[in-house]
Design a protein around this ligand. Sequence first.
Ligand code: AMP
Ligand code: ZN
Length: 466
Amino acid sequence: MPVRLFNTYSRQTEVFIPLDPAGKSVKMYTCGPTVYNHAHIGNFRAYVFEDLLQRHLEARGYAVERVMNLTDVDDKTIRGARTAGRRLADFTQVYKDAFFQDIDTLRIKRASHFPAATEPRYIERMIAMITQLEEQGIAYQADDKSVYFRLAKFPAYGALAHLNLDELRPSGRVNSDEYEKENIGDFALWKAWDEADGDVRWDSPWGAGRPGWHIECSAMATAILGPEMDIHCGGVDNIFPHHEAEIAQSESCTGKKFVRHWLHCAHLMVDGQKMSKSLGNFHTLRDLLAKGFTGREIRYALLTVNYRLPLNFTLAGLDAARAALGRIDEWIVRLREHAGDAAPAAAPLAAHAEKFFASLDEDLNISAALSHLFDLIRESNAALDRAELSPAQAAALLADWQRIDGVLAFQRESAAIPAEVLALVEKRQQARTDKDWKASDQLRDEIAALGWIVKDTKDGPKLSPR
Ligand code: AMP
Ligand code: ZN
């Protein structure tokens, strides 16, 4: 079955056909973080959705080359560095490091490339692109010394966002103190240096300054992936003006269609409002880890709602994620115990796994995919209860699970049991032998506080990570 993806550009769900004539490799660009503080989990909703997309395409046999950029120079990073009294590069490095830690915690696959806007080769490319646009009469330097993109030269501007261009293009020059540009909608390609920028400056044909945010992405995307790419993603707030501007700049420079499929995820909401730094209604990943939630629980909560629907964030949602993962964990333990060393043989419930992938083929319908997974869990548990599943069939279901988990990345890490925990379990066994139930319960709590659950079975105590 082909993969079908909703394309923001056409507003249609389209069959995904890669540019690669061999139909194998996929080029994907994803707008990454602005590294001026810790990303909040709204940002991570976008990155987790992109991770699901990449993993599903890989499950369907594509080789995905993915770029995620780091915006390490813009108004926010410059302001942040100034307030902190640090050099820009030192200031952003802290948040770059934190970002990589966070994506590992959320089990987001590393992209093939993480270009940073301030790398000299990309700054050079930005300047080269702006120079070309100026030669084509598309870019112009205004009285404020900044360089702008002349919107009137790109009639398709607004097509991605389906905007009425007349509203954006008042006729004639704008005579306003605020606007030095020809047209209110013209956006900055190069921002002339001013005092607030401190030592953040690069030389250019237009004097000292720094690149605008939009040209950063056009330069990094085309430098690494070439003039055309299959997929470009971000959150819906990136559609306008950022992605619209990326199209205008890139296509004006290359003369080629920049992106085939545009995918945008809806926002993570809190009480009906977008989670954002400016509203102050955000949680960072670190806040939630400090509350005792794990990376995979947060990943689960961010993944379970289809990416084009808003997702309302609640702590209750994280509790539900914990419960759902607990069901998966128990099911796997059960299948493993039953399968033993048996070689896999055709399982009676294999259709569920196929339906899981078929659901994802339909514009990443994760809620349908998960419901097939939970049908599989319920029915195979019932079959185990009735002793109708052979060890070989259990082994086959485990193999299906491995394929499914290649996309979900939900599996519990098999952690080594720390000596401290083993000592407490031993103490607790002694308490039980002594029929000291109070001490035994207390020890169970101590073990739980260390992240382990102890279950008493006929073969003695069994430990599993919480
Ligand atoms: P920024 O660092 O603000 O440029 O955002 C990085 C990415 O996170 C972009 O793709 C945004 O569209 C996305 N984003 C920001 N806030 C949210 C939110 N509340 N829900 C989903 N995605 C978001
Ligand atoms: Zn971007």
